[in-house]
Design a binder for this molecule. Structure first.
Ligand SMILES: NC(=O)c1ccc[n+]([C@@H]2O[C@H](COP(=O)([O-])OP(=O)(O)OC[C@H]3O[C@@H](n4cnc5c(N)ncnc54)[C@H](O)[C@@H]3O)[C@@H](O)[C@H]2O)c1
Length: 448
């Protein structure tokens, strides 16, 4: 057994500040958490609330719940707030989002009504399809960032919070490439003061959170924290960051099916993914510049899993296309279709068809919950910078420049659970069981 990490206890209240608090994902998360904490509903989809973790060898039969194994913040201790450029409260926003039925919103109406959005930092240059009606004013981006910092400080003091987490559940911004201004903390700070175009609003929230010592999660595919300047800052401040883009519907399926194809050495000729989606996210993604950000995030997955450079005869020539179609009648109830052209023995072609009738925000809400809770744990454990053990939840996981990202869902899960084991001083599980070790030892003995 290794030494356990020193983990500060999860005492007191945890502030959860959400950027885009009045969106579909956010309101589904907030109303869901409130229902769950009152015992009106179950936190389906959440590992922190439902999953177990095996400790020790298989014959020990020791499978505690993760939340009993390691000290995690209890959702009952959450105090939730946030920013939105549309203003208003979470109750009206949840009704408007139409993800939950009225009964699941009215059951926690008072608490939802009390969560009033703070004005956000916004510029429609970065999200073409939206107009901000409740936004901050300031002479430059640095000043706007300072206002976000002040909001965080006020929220902490007013609610007597021990700790906080900030999570971006706001819209997908236009595609921004890394440029000079992102390369160092100094150039970034200068860029905020000079209103540099490549400093997007999401980056100001991230900088403000890190400046306040608060972990930051990026649930959208935006560049945001994935730049050297912010990583340098997170390192300096000793703050954990995680991103990008919640892994929900089609990409979740991709990161399960593609490893299976590779595990069985089946080839791939093409993968065509399309979907219809009618919520505001769909409308924002209907703008080609925001779609580009999402497309890059979605496309990166297959190449990393299939490793065409190692398996050229199986994966060197596949065609991968991703479409998102804004189709208002569907609202949040997305329907996705995947057509996968594969080939097997002697190159004979086969096809797989996946038709996923999912609900976008229903899949995303438990991811928000787990990331908030695990990022708070990371912070209490003294982890800083990129939290790649949380890649499990993310479509385009952030990673150090000298490492390739891990996309395979089950490797990601093993990594997550092993990190929890190591935090507590338990041995990580390699799945190399005793029987295998013993027979290897016998073999050694015979051949010696
Ligand atoms: N639902 C999913 O399955 C899923 C999966 C992965 C990623 N995402 C991402 O999560 C984000 C939220 O999705 P959604 O369906 O809730 O979208 P939404 O449009 O319903 O909500 C976004 C909210 O953010 C607000 N907003 C936009 N810019 C802001 C800013 N600068 N400051 C403060 N508020 C701002 C908007 O007013 C809106 O209320 C999107 O970026 C989406 O791409 C969602």
């Amino acid at each position: 057994m290794k030494n356990a990490q020193e983990i500060l206890p999860a005492n007191g209240k945890l502030g959860v500040l959400i950027v885009g608090i009045n969106g579909a994902v956010s309101t589904t998360f907030v109303a869901g958490v409130l229902n769950v904490t009152h015992g009106y509903g179950k936190p389906i989809g959440s590992l922190t609330q439902l999953a177990t973790i095996r400790i020790g060898e298989r014959n020990k039969n020791n499978f505690p719940l993760i939340k009993d194994f390691i000290s995690l913040a209890d959702p009952k201790d959450f105090v939730i707030g946030g920013w939105d450029i549309r203003g208003g409260n979470c109750y009206d926003a949840a009704k408007e989002a139409k993800v939950f039925e009225d009964k699941d919103i009215d059951s926690v109406a008072k608490e939802l009504e009390s969560i009033e959005a703070m004005p956000g930092v916004f510029d429609s240059y970065y999200v073409k399809r939206l107009k901000g009606t409740c936004i901050k004013e300031g002479k430059n981006k640095y000043e706007l960032m300072e206002q976000i910092r002040q909001d965080i400080r006020n929220f902490k003091a007013q609610n007597h919070l021990e700790r906080l987490v900030v999570v971006w559940c706001a819209s997908t911004e236009i595609y921004i490439k890394q440029s000079e201004v992102h390369q160092s903390l100094q150039s970034f700070e200068q860029g905020m003061k000079e209103n540099h175009t490549d400093v997007a609003p999401s980056m100001l929230y991230a900088y403000a959170a890190i400046a306040e010592g608060v972990p930051f999660i990026n649930g959208a595919p935006n560049l945001t924290v994935d730049i050297p300047a912010i990583l340098e800052f997170a390192d300096k401040q000793g703050v954990p960051v995680a991103g990008k883009d919640f892994k929900t519907g089609q990409t979740l399926m991709k990161t399960v099916i593609a490893p299976m194809l590779k595990a069985r050495m089946l080839g791939l000729n093409g993968w065509f993914s399309t979907n219809i989606l009618g919520n505001r996210d769909g409308e924002v993604l209907d703008d080609p510049q925001s779609f580009k950000t999402k497309e890059v995030s979605k496309l990166s997955v297959l190449d990393f899993i299939l490793q065409p450079e190692l398996y050229p005869e199986l994966y060197a020539h596949y065609c991968h296309q991703v479409r998102i179609n804004y189709y208002p009648p569907r609202g949040d109830n997305k329907e996705g279709w995947d057509n996968i052209d594969i080939f097997g023995w002697m190159g004979y072609p086969m096809q797989l068809k996946v038709n996923f009738l999912c609900r976008d925000s229903i899949l995303a809400a438990p991811i928000v919950l787990d990331l908030v809770i695990f990022m708070d744990l990371a912070n209490r454990t003294g982890f800083k910078g990129i939290q790649d053990w949380l890649s499990f939840y993310l479509k385009s996981p952030m990673h150090a420049t000298d490492k390739v990202p891990e996309h395979d869902l089950f490797i990601q899960l093993m990594k997550l659970k092993n990190t929890l084991r190591v935090m507590k001083g338990e041995a990580p599980i390699s799945h190399l069981e005793n029987e295998a070790l013993e027979s290897a030892r016998d073999l050694e003995h015979l051949t010696a």
